[in-house]
Design a protein around this ligand. Structure first.
Ligand code: MNH
Length: 458
Protein backbone atom coordinates (compact mmCIF):
# COMPACT_ATOMS: atom_id res chain seq x y z
CA UNK A 1 0.00 0.00 0.00
CA UNK A 2 1.37 3.40 -0.88
CA UNK A 3 0.28 6.76 0.52
CA UNK A 4 -0.40 10.05 -1.15
CA UNK A 5 2.35 12.64 -0.71
CA UNK A 6 0.84 15.65 1.09
CA UNK A 7 0.48 18.76 -1.05
CA UNK A 8 -0.58 22.13 0.31
CA UNK A 9 -3.71 23.46 -1.43
CA UNK A 10 -2.78 24.56 -4.94
CA UNK A 11 -4.20 27.12 -7.36
CA UNK A 12 -4.81 26.41 -11.05
CA UNK A 13 -1.86 27.33 -13.35
CA UNK A 14 0.41 28.84 -10.73
CA UNK A 15 0.28 25.89 -8.36
CA UNK A 16 1.85 26.49 -4.99
CA UNK A 17 3.83 29.53 -5.96
CA UNK A 18 1.86 31.69 -3.52
CA UNK A 19 3.16 29.59 -0.63
CA UNK A 20 6.74 30.36 -1.49
CA UNK A 21 8.52 32.96 0.49
CA UNK A 22 10.26 34.77 -2.36
CA UNK A 23 12.70 36.69 -0.19
CA UNK A 24 13.46 33.74 2.01
CA UNK A 25 12.47 30.40 0.46
CA UNK A 26 14.16 28.46 3.25
CA UNK A 27 11.73 29.94 5.77
CA UNK A 28 8.66 29.02 3.72
CA UNK A 29 9.97 25.48 3.23
CA UNK A 30 10.65 25.09 6.97
CA UNK A 31 7.15 26.26 7.90
CA UNK A 32 5.63 23.82 5.41
CA UNK A 33 7.72 21.04 6.96
CA UNK A 34 6.36 21.89 10.41
CA UNK A 35 2.87 21.61 9.00
CA UNK A 36 3.21 18.62 6.64
CA UNK A 37 6.08 16.62 8.16
CA UNK A 38 8.77 14.49 6.54
CA UNK A 39 7.63 14.91 2.94
CA UNK A 40 5.50 17.26 0.85
CA UNK A 41 4.97 18.09 -2.78
CA UNK A 42 4.93 21.58 -4.27
CA UNK A 43 3.94 22.64 -7.73
CA UNK A 44 6.25 25.53 -8.57
CA UNK A 45 5.40 27.21 -11.86
CA UNK A 46 4.37 23.87 -13.31
CA UNK A 47 7.37 21.97 -11.93
CA UNK A 48 6.38 19.33 -9.39
CA UNK A 49 9.00 19.09 -6.69
CA UNK A 50 9.02 16.80 -3.66
CA UNK A 51 10.72 18.07 -0.50
CA UNK A 52 12.36 15.61 1.91
CA UNK A 53 12.70 16.63 5.55
CA UNK A 54 13.84 13.68 7.70
CA UNK A 55 17.02 11.77 8.43
CA UNK A 56 15.30 8.58 7.29
CA UNK A 57 14.67 10.06 3.83
CA UNK A 58 18.13 11.65 3.67
CA UNK A 59 19.57 8.23 4.40
CA UNK A 60 17.53 6.58 1.66
CA UNK A 61 18.38 9.04 -1.11
CA UNK A 62 22.08 9.30 -0.19
CA UNK A 63 22.87 6.42 -2.47
CA UNK A 64 24.70 7.03 -5.74
CA UNK A 65 23.55 3.70 -7.23
CA UNK A 66 19.85 4.55 -6.89
CA UNK A 67 19.68 8.36 -6.95
CA UNK A 68 21.47 10.91 -9.09
CA UNK A 69 22.11 14.63 -8.66
CA UNK A 70 19.94 17.01 -10.66
CA UNK A 71 20.87 20.60 -11.37
CA UNK A 72 18.06 22.72 -9.90
CA UNK A 73 16.56 25.83 -11.45
CA UNK A 74 18.97 28.35 -9.89
CA UNK A 75 22.06 26.23 -10.59
CA UNK A 76 20.84 25.82 -14.14
CA UNK A 77 21.12 29.62 -14.52
CA UNK A 78 24.68 29.50 -13.14
CA UNK A 79 25.52 27.14 -16.01
CA UNK A 80 25.42 30.16 -18.32
CA UNK A 81 28.81 31.07 -16.79
CA UNK A 82 30.35 27.75 -15.77
CA UNK A 83 28.56 25.16 -17.94
CA UNK A 84 29.71 21.60 -17.36
CA UNK A 85 32.32 22.42 -14.67
CA UNK A 86 32.24 20.32 -11.50
CA UNK A 87 29.38 21.86 -9.55
CA UNK A 88 26.85 22.34 -12.34
CA UNK A 89 27.60 19.34 -14.58
CA UNK A 90 24.89 16.85 -15.43
CA UNK A 91 25.74 13.22 -14.97
CA UNK A 92 27.56 11.81 -18.01
CA UNK A 93 29.00 15.13 -19.17
CA UNK A 94 32.53 13.91 -19.92
CA UNK A 95 34.33 16.98 -18.56
CA UNK A 96 32.90 16.29 -15.10
CA UNK A 97 34.63 12.92 -14.83
CA UNK A 98 37.94 14.19 -16.13
CA UNK A 99 37.90 17.28 -13.88
CA UNK A 100 36.82 15.16 -10.91
CA UNK A 101 39.68 12.66 -11.27
CA UNK A 102 42.20 15.37 -12.03
CA UNK A 103 41.20 17.65 -9.16
CA UNK A 104 40.56 15.17 -6.34
CA UNK A 105 44.29 14.96 -5.49
CA UNK A 106 44.59 18.76 -5.57
CA UNK A 107 41.86 19.04 -2.93
CA UNK A 108 43.07 16.33 -0.56
CA UNK A 109 44.27 17.18 2.92
CA UNK A 110 47.98 17.11 2.03
CA UNK A 111 47.59 19.57 -0.87
CA UNK A 112 45.39 21.88 1.14
CA UNK A 113 47.98 21.88 3.88
CA UNK A 114 50.42 23.55 1.46
CA UNK A 115 47.95 26.43 1.10
CA UNK A 116 48.18 27.34 4.78
CA UNK A 117 50.49 30.32 4.26
CA UNK A 118 48.36 31.82 1.48
CA UNK A 119 45.32 31.43 3.73
CA UNK A 120 47.18 33.13 6.57
CA UNK A 121 48.20 36.01 4.30
CA UNK A 122 44.55 36.92 3.68
CA UNK A 123 43.45 36.18 7.26
CA UNK A 124 46.11 38.63 8.53
CA UNK A 125 44.62 41.37 6.37
CA UNK A 126 41.31 40.96 8.18
CA UNK A 127 42.95 40.94 11.64
CA UNK A 128 44.92 44.06 10.82
CA UNK A 129 41.83 45.86 9.53
CA UNK A 130 39.80 45.11 12.66
CA UNK A 131 42.70 46.09 14.90
CA UNK A 132 43.34 49.37 13.07
CA UNK A 133 39.68 50.40 12.98
CA UNK A 134 39.49 49.85 16.71
CA UNK A 135 36.86 48.78 19.26
CA UNK A 136 34.19 51.36 18.33
CA UNK A 137 34.08 50.55 14.64
CA UNK A 138 30.89 48.85 13.48
CA UNK A 139 31.71 45.70 11.55
CA UNK A 140 29.48 43.89 9.09
CA UNK A 141 31.01 40.43 9.59
CA UNK A 142 29.41 38.88 6.48
CA UNK A 143 30.98 41.61 4.38
CA UNK A 144 34.52 41.26 5.73
CA UNK A 145 34.37 37.47 5.90
CA UNK A 146 33.25 37.38 2.27
CA UNK A 147 36.34 39.43 1.39
CA UNK A 148 38.42 36.84 3.24
CA UNK A 149 36.78 33.87 1.56
CA UNK A 150 36.88 35.26 -1.96
CA UNK A 151 40.46 36.57 -1.74
CA UNK A 152 41.62 33.28 -0.21
CA UNK A 153 40.13 31.33 -3.08
CA UNK A 154 41.59 33.57 -5.76
CA UNK A 155 45.03 33.35 -4.15
CA UNK A 156 44.98 29.60 -3.53
CA UNK A 157 43.31 28.66 -6.80
CA UNK A 158 45.22 30.88 -9.22
CA UNK A 159 47.73 32.95 -7.22
CA UNK A 160 45.69 36.03 -8.07
CA UNK A 161 45.25 38.89 -5.61
CA UNK A 162 41.75 40.34 -5.59
CA UNK A 163 42.84 42.79 -2.84
CA UNK A 164 39.32 43.20 -1.51
CA UNK A 165 40.69 44.72 1.69
CA UNK A 166 42.32 47.57 -0.19
CA UNK A 167 39.27 48.96 -1.91
CA UNK A 168 36.47 51.02 -0.39
CA UNK A 169 33.82 49.25 -2.41
CA UNK A 170 33.78 45.71 -3.69
CA UNK A 171 36.48 45.12 -6.31
CA UNK A 172 34.95 44.83 -9.82
CA UNK A 173 35.41 41.06 -10.02
CA UNK A 174 33.67 40.52 -6.66
CA UNK A 175 30.86 42.92 -7.65
CA UNK A 176 30.32 41.08 -10.95
CA UNK A 177 30.23 37.76 -9.08
CA UNK A 178 27.72 39.00 -6.48
CA UNK A 179 25.43 40.61 -9.06
CA UNK A 180 25.62 37.62 -11.38
CA UNK A 181 24.67 35.14 -8.64
CA UNK A 182 21.85 37.33 -7.34
CA UNK A 183 20.42 37.55 -10.83
CA UNK A 184 20.71 33.75 -11.33
CA UNK A 185 18.62 33.26 -8.21
CA UNK A 186 16.06 35.89 -9.30
CA UNK A 187 15.81 34.47 -12.84
CA UNK A 188 15.06 30.99 -11.52
CA UNK A 189 12.03 32.29 -9.63
CA UNK A 190 10.56 34.36 -12.49
CA UNK A 191 7.85 33.03 -14.81
CA UNK A 192 9.19 33.08 -18.38
CA UNK A 193 6.80 35.82 -19.54
CA UNK A 194 8.19 38.12 -16.82
CA UNK A 195 11.75 37.16 -17.70
CA UNK A 196 11.12 38.01 -21.33
CA UNK A 197 10.39 41.61 -20.32
CA UNK A 198 13.61 42.06 -18.41
CA UNK A 199 16.09 42.64 -21.20
CA UNK A 200 18.06 45.22 -19.19
CA UNK A 201 18.69 42.76 -16.38
CA UNK A 202 19.60 40.07 -18.89
CA UNK A 203 22.13 42.31 -20.64
CA UNK A 204 23.81 43.16 -17.33
CA UNK A 205 23.82 39.47 -16.32
CA UNK A 206 25.49 38.49 -19.60
CA UNK A 207 28.03 41.31 -19.25
CA UNK A 208 28.94 40.26 -15.68
CA UNK A 209 29.42 36.71 -16.88
CA UNK A 210 31.66 37.81 -19.75
CA UNK A 211 33.69 40.08 -17.46
CA UNK A 212 34.52 37.19 -15.10
CA UNK A 213 35.31 34.84 -17.98
CA UNK A 214 37.66 37.44 -19.46
CA UNK A 215 39.59 37.89 -16.22
CA UNK A 216 39.98 34.15 -15.63
CA UNK A 217 41.00 33.64 -19.27
CA UNK A 218 43.60 36.38 -18.97
CA UNK A 219 45.01 34.82 -15.80
CA UNK A 220 45.28 31.46 -17.55
CA UNK A 221 47.01 33.00 -20.54
CA UNK A 222 49.46 34.91 -18.35
CA UNK A 223 50.30 31.71 -16.53
CA UNK A 224 50.98 29.89 -19.79
CA UNK A 225 53.28 32.72 -20.86
CA UNK A 226 54.99 33.00 -17.46
CA UNK A 227 54.94 29.61 -15.75
CA UNK A 228 55.55 29.55 -12.00
CA UNK A 229 56.39 26.64 -9.78
CA UNK A 230 53.59 26.45 -7.28
CA UNK A 231 50.97 23.87 -6.45
CA UNK A 232 47.93 26.07 -6.93
CA UNK A 233 44.83 24.66 -8.55
CA UNK A 234 45.53 26.41 -11.83
CA UNK A 235 48.87 24.64 -12.24
CA UNK A 236 47.26 21.32 -11.38
CA UNK A 237 44.68 21.83 -14.09
CA UNK A 238 47.22 23.09 -16.64
CA UNK A 239 49.80 20.36 -16.26
CA UNK A 240 48.20 17.14 -15.03
CA UNK A 241 46.71 14.47 -17.19
CA UNK A 242 43.79 12.25 -16.30
CA UNK A 243 45.36 8.86 -15.50
CA UNK A 244 42.44 7.00 -17.02
CA UNK A 245 42.05 8.73 -20.39
CA UNK A 246 45.44 10.44 -20.65
CA UNK A 247 43.55 13.65 -21.39
CA UNK A 248 44.16 17.07 -19.90
CA UNK A 249 41.48 19.69 -19.38
CA UNK A 250 40.79 22.03 -22.30
CA UNK A 251 41.39 25.72 -21.55
CA UNK A 252 37.74 26.69 -21.45
CA UNK A 253 37.06 23.88 -18.94
CA UNK A 254 39.92 25.20 -16.77
CA UNK A 255 38.41 28.68 -16.82
CA UNK A 256 34.97 27.33 -15.92
CA UNK A 257 36.35 25.31 -13.02
CA UNK A 258 38.37 28.26 -11.68
CA UNK A 259 35.20 30.32 -11.65
CA UNK A 260 33.33 27.41 -10.07
CA UNK A 261 35.68 27.31 -7.09
CA UNK A 262 35.15 31.01 -6.53
CA UNK A 263 31.37 30.61 -6.74
CA UNK A 264 31.00 27.39 -4.75
CA UNK A 265 33.56 28.31 -2.13
CA UNK A 266 33.17 31.93 -1.13
CA UNK A 267 29.63 32.47 0.15
CA UNK A 268 29.36 29.02 1.69
CA UNK A 269 32.51 29.54 3.77
CA UNK A 270 31.84 33.18 4.64
CA UNK A 271 28.27 32.33 5.64
CA UNK A 272 29.54 29.59 7.92
CA UNK A 273 31.97 32.02 9.61
CA UNK A 274 29.23 34.65 9.95
CA UNK A 275 26.76 32.23 11.54
CA UNK A 276 29.49 30.96 13.83
CA UNK A 277 30.23 34.54 14.91
CA UNK A 278 26.54 34.97 15.73
CA UNK A 279 26.23 31.76 17.75
CA UNK A 280 29.41 32.44 19.73
CA UNK A 281 28.39 35.96 20.76
CA UNK A 282 24.89 34.70 21.57
CA UNK A 283 26.33 31.91 23.77
CA UNK A 284 28.98 33.49 26.02
CA UNK A 285 29.68 30.22 27.85
CA UNK A 286 30.59 28.53 24.55
CA UNK A 287 32.68 31.54 23.57
CA UNK A 288 34.63 31.39 26.84
CA UNK A 289 35.22 27.66 26.50
CA UNK A 290 36.42 28.06 22.92
CA UNK A 291 38.75 30.97 23.68
CA UNK A 292 40.23 28.94 26.54
CA UNK A 293 40.90 26.05 24.19
CA UNK A 294 42.47 28.35 21.60
CA UNK A 295 44.72 30.01 24.20
CA UNK A 296 45.75 26.64 25.58
CA UNK A 297 46.61 25.08 22.23
CA UNK A 298 48.23 28.15 20.67
CA UNK A 299 49.99 29.54 23.72
CA UNK A 300 49.96 33.04 22.24
CA UNK A 301 51.55 31.94 18.93
CA UNK A 302 49.97 32.19 15.46
CA UNK A 303 47.90 29.16 14.40
CA UNK A 304 50.03 26.41 12.85
CA UNK A 305 48.74 23.55 10.72
CA UNK A 306 49.36 20.96 13.44
CA UNK A 307 47.28 23.01 15.94
CA UNK A 308 44.11 22.58 13.90
CA UNK A 309 43.49 18.95 14.80
CA UNK A 310 44.07 19.69 18.49
CA UNK A 311 41.24 22.19 18.81
CA UNK A 312 38.40 19.69 19.34
CA UNK A 313 35.93 22.20 20.67
CA UNK A 314 36.53 24.44 17.66
CA UNK A 315 35.70 21.51 15.39
CA UNK A 316 32.53 20.83 17.41
CA UNK A 317 31.44 24.48 17.13
CA UNK A 318 31.95 24.39 13.35
CA UNK A 319 29.96 21.16 13.05
CA UNK A 320 27.12 22.46 15.21
CA UNK A 321 26.95 25.69 13.18
CA UNK A 322 26.83 23.68 9.95
CA UNK A 323 24.03 21.56 11.43
CA UNK A 324 21.75 24.44 12.45
CA UNK A 325 22.52 26.81 9.60
CA UNK A 326 23.91 24.87 6.62
CA UNK A 327 24.79 27.58 4.09
CA UNK A 328 24.01 25.45 1.01
CA UNK A 329 20.96 23.72 2.44
CA UNK A 330 19.15 22.21 -0.52
CA UNK A 331 20.37 19.69 -3.02
CA UNK A 332 18.45 18.14 -5.87
CA UNK A 333 18.34 14.41 -6.64
CA UNK A 334 16.12 12.09 -8.60
CA UNK A 335 15.57 8.32 -8.53
CA UNK A 336 17.15 6.39 -11.40
CA UNK A 337 14.16 4.00 -11.38
CA UNK A 338 10.60 4.17 -10.07
CA UNK A 339 10.90 3.82 -6.34
CA UNK A 340 9.09 3.88 -3.00
CA UNK A 341 10.27 6.39 -0.39
CA UNK A 342 10.07 5.57 3.33
CA UNK A 343 8.22 2.34 2.39
CA UNK A 344 5.10 4.25 1.45
CA UNK A 345 5.47 7.07 -1.07
CA UNK A 346 5.67 6.06 -4.72
CA UNK A 347 7.80 8.28 -6.96
CA UNK A 348 8.60 7.90 -10.64
CA UNK A 349 12.11 7.82 -12.11
CA UNK A 350 13.18 11.37 -12.97
CA UNK A 351 10.88 13.05 -10.44
CA UNK A 352 12.77 16.00 -8.88
CA UNK A 353 13.39 15.64 -5.14
CA UNK A 354 14.87 18.30 -2.89
CA UNK A 355 16.72 17.17 0.19
CA UNK A 356 16.45 20.02 2.67
CA UNK A 357 19.32 19.93 5.18
CA UNK A 358 18.05 23.06 6.93
CA UNK A 359 15.13 20.93 8.14
CA UNK A 360 16.38 17.33 8.30
CA UNK A 361 19.49 18.30 10.27
CA UNK A 362 17.08 19.32 13.05
CA UNK A 363 15.13 16.02 12.97
CA UNK A 364 13.96 15.55 16.59
CA UNK A 365 14.22 11.75 16.19
CA UNK A 366 17.98 12.19 15.90
CA UNK A 367 18.71 15.33 17.91
CA UNK A 368 16.02 15.21 20.58
CA UNK A 369 13.77 17.90 21.95
CA UNK A 370 16.50 20.56 21.93
CA UNK A 371 17.23 19.99 18.23
CA UNK A 372 16.91 23.73 17.61
CA UNK A 373 19.42 24.77 20.29
CA UNK A 374 23.07 25.50 19.65
CA UNK A 375 24.96 22.92 21.70
CA UNK A 376 28.42 21.97 20.34
CA UNK A 377 28.81 19.39 23.13
CA UNK A 378 26.60 17.06 21.09
CA UNK A 379 29.40 16.89 18.49
CA UNK A 380 32.14 15.92 21.00
CA UNK A 381 33.66 12.78 22.47
CA UNK A 382 32.66 10.27 19.82
CA UNK A 383 29.03 11.42 19.66
CA UNK A 384 29.48 12.86 16.16
CA UNK A 385 30.93 9.59 14.87
CA UNK A 386 28.04 7.64 16.45
CA UNK A 387 25.25 9.59 14.74
CA UNK A 388 22.75 7.71 12.54
CA UNK A 389 23.97 7.81 8.92
CA UNK A 390 23.45 11.10 7.03
CA UNK A 391 21.87 12.97 9.93
CA UNK A 392 24.58 15.61 9.36
CA UNK A 393 25.24 16.36 5.72
CA UNK A 394 26.12 20.03 5.10
CA UNK A 395 28.59 19.12 2.33
CA UNK A 396 26.25 16.99 0.25
CA UNK A 397 26.93 13.37 -0.54
CA UNK A 398 28.96 10.85 -2.51
CA UNK A 399 30.40 11.43 -5.95
CA UNK A 400 28.78 14.87 -6.13
CA UNK A 401 29.65 15.83 -2.58
CA UNK A 402 31.75 18.91 -1.85
CA UNK A 403 35.27 18.64 -3.22
CA UNK A 404 36.26 21.76 -1.24
CA UNK A 405 35.47 20.38 2.23
CA UNK A 406 39.07 20.11 3.53
CA UNK A 407 39.79 23.53 2.04
CA UNK A 408 36.79 25.11 3.76
CA UNK A 409 37.43 23.47 7.13
CA UNK A 410 41.09 24.48 7.17
CA UNK A 411 40.28 28.05 6.19
CA UNK A 412 37.41 28.45 8.66
CA UNK A 413 39.42 26.92 11.52
CA UNK A 414 42.40 29.16 10.82
CA UNK A 415 40.36 32.35 10.45
CA UNK A 416 38.02 31.81 13.40
CA UNK A 417 40.80 30.68 15.77
CA UNK A 418 42.89 33.70 14.77
CA UNK A 419 39.98 36.12 15.29
CA UNK A 420 39.05 34.70 18.70
CA UNK A 421 42.66 34.56 19.85
CA UNK A 422 42.94 38.28 19.21
CA UNK A 423 39.51 39.84 19.78
CA UNK A 424 36.51 39.84 22.06
CA UNK A 425 33.38 40.18 19.95
CA UNK A 426 30.04 41.77 20.83
CA UNK A 427 26.77 42.65 19.11
CA UNK A 428 26.17 46.30 18.28
CA UNK A 429 22.55 45.62 19.27
CA UNK A 430 22.79 43.46 22.42
CA UNK A 431 19.25 42.15 21.80
CA UNK A 432 20.02 40.98 18.25
CA UNK A 433 18.35 37.72 17.27
CA UNK A 434 19.26 35.78 14.17
CA UNK A 435 17.54 36.84 10.96
CA UNK A 436 18.30 35.40 7.56
CA UNK A 437 18.85 36.53 4.03
CA UNK A 438 19.08 34.22 1.08
CA UNK A 439 20.41 34.28 -2.44
CA UNK A 440 22.11 31.13 -3.73
CA UNK A 441 23.28 30.62 -0.14
CA UNK A 442 21.91 31.65 3.26
CA UNK A 443 23.53 34.29 5.51
CA UNK A 444 22.70 36.25 8.66
CA UNK A 445 20.86 39.51 7.99
CA UNK A 446 21.60 42.82 9.75
CA UNK A 447 24.24 41.29 12.00
CA UNK A 448 26.64 43.99 13.19
CA UNK A 449 29.44 43.50 15.68
CA UNK A 450 32.36 45.18 17.40
CA UNK A 451 35.82 43.67 17.90
CA UNK A 452 37.94 44.71 20.86
CA UNK A 453 41.54 43.57 21.31
CA UNK A 454 41.69 41.06 24.14
CA UNK A 455 43.71 41.99 27.16
CA UNK A 456 45.76 39.03 28.21
CA UNK A 457 46.47 38.48 31.87
CA UNK A 458 50.13 39.32 32.61
MN1 MNH B 1 31.21 22.96 -1.77
C1 MNH B 1 29.60 20.75 -3.87
C2 MNH B 1 28.59 22.76 0.44
C3 MNH B 1 32.91 25.00 0.37
C4 MNH B 1 33.61 23.50 -4.19
N1 MNH B 1 29.42 21.95 -1.73
C5 MNH B 1 28.96 21.07 -2.68
C6 MNH B 1 27.68 20.55 -2.25
C7 MNH B 1 27.39 21.13 -1.04
C8 MNH B 1 28.49 22.01 -0.71
C9 MNH B 1 26.14 20.91 -0.20
C10 MNH B 1 26.81 19.56 -3.02
C11 MNH B 1 25.83 20.30 -3.90
C12 MNH B 1 24.85 19.40 -4.64
O1 MNH B 1 24.68 18.22 -4.31
O2 MNH B 1 24.23 19.91 -5.58
N2 MNH B 1 30.80 23.77 0.06
C13 MNH B 1 29.68 23.54 0.81
C14 MNH B 1 29.82 24.22 2.09
C15 MNH B 1 31.05 24.84 2.07
C16 MNH B 1 31.67 24.55 0.77
C17 MNH B 1 28.77 24.23 3.19
C18 MNH B 1 31.75 25.68 3.10
C19 MNH B 1 31.44 25.75 4.35
N3 MNH B 1 32.94 24.08 -1.89
C20 MNH B 1 33.49 24.79 -0.86
C21 MNH B 1 34.78 25.30 -1.29
C22 MNH B 1 34.96 24.89 -2.59
C23 MNH B 1 33.81 24.12 -2.96
C24 MNH B 1 35.71 26.14 -0.43
C25 MNH B 1 36.12 25.12 -3.53
C26 MNH B 1 37.31 25.46 -3.21
N4 MNH B 1 31.54 22.26 -3.69
C27 MNH B 1 32.59 22.63 -4.50
C28 MNH B 1 32.47 21.93 -5.77
C29 MNH B 1 31.32 21.13 -5.68
C30 MNH B 1 30.76 21.36 -4.35
C31 MNH B 1 33.43 22.07 -6.95
C32 MNH B 1 30.76 20.21 -6.77
C33 MNH B 1 31.43 18.86 -6.71
C34 MNH B 1 30.95 17.95 -7.85
O3 MNH B 1 29.75 17.86 -8.11
O4 MNH B 1 31.83 17.32 -8.46
Amino acid sequence: MTSQIPQPPSLPFIGNVTQLDKELPIQGFSLLAQQYGEIYLLNILGRKTIFLNSQELANQVSNDAKFVKIVGAALDEVRYLVGDALFTAHEHEPNWEIAHRLLMPAFNTASIRDMMEDMRDICDQLLLKWERFGPDHIIDPSDDLTRVALDTLALCAMSYRLNSFYTENQPPFAAAMTDFLKECFARSARPSFVQALMSGATTKWEADSQFMTDIATRILQERRDNPIEKKDLLNTMLYSKDHKTGQGLPDDAIVKNLLTFLIAGHETSSGLMSFMTYYLIKNPETMRKLQNEIDEVLGGQPVQYQDLSKMHYLTAVIRETLRLTPTAPMRGVTPREDTVLANKYFVKAGQPLVLNAWVFQKDPKVWGEDAHSFRPERMMDGKFEALPPHSWQPFGFGLRGCIGRPFALQEVSLVMASILQKFDLSFVDPAYNLELKQALTVKPKDLFIRAKLRTRAP
